[in-house]
Write a protein that binds this ligand. Structure first.
Ligand code: SF4
Length: 138
């Protein structure tokens, strides 16, 4: 069993109320091989929601919405909930959505809301990796 970003299997949990459907991921869910999770919803954020990106504020990594609200706590709570699901089910691998401030691996948006990328992981990806859960991006 693996975890997958819920938006990749067609669930409309993306910030704009849409999804990022990926047929292969959807087939894994249909076949009972994968469980969909959306850390931003699990962290208590609404859908649709104002987009957010990771940036450094006063030397600290924070998640801030386009209109300047700090939503770091929601992102951290969502990451903890995803980790809890993985641990309860003894899951050791996740396939998550690239570039997301929650789900991205190695490359995320740079905090300027101008489509520029920078090196780094999303908040959930970071927490899963620290707990020895493999993360892949699509
Ligand atoms: S938090 Fe992850 S699962 Fe949820 S919409 Fe964003 S990329 Fe998809």
């Amino acid at each position: 069993m693996i975890l997958v970003s819920a938006c990749l299997c067609g669930i409309n949990c993306k910030y704009n109320g849409g999804n990022n459907i990926d047929e292969k991921v959807l087939q894994m869910v249909r076949g009972g091989l994968a469980i969909p999770v959306c850390p931003e919803q699990l962290g208590g954020l609404p859908t649709p929601r104002t987009p957010a990106e990771i940036k450094i504020v006063d030397g600290e990594k924070r998640v801030v919405t386009k209109d300047g609200r700090d939503v770091t706590e929601n992102y951290q709570k969502g990451a903890q909930e995803v980790l809890r699901i993985a641990q309860e089910l003894k899951i050791k691998k996740a396939i998550l959505k690239k570039k997301s401030p929650s789900c991205g691996l190695d490359e995320i948006y740079d905090g300027t809301f101008s489509n520029n990328l920078t090196k780094g992981n999303g908040v959930t990806t970071d927490l899963l990796l620290k707990n020895d859960i493999e993360v892949e991006n699509v």
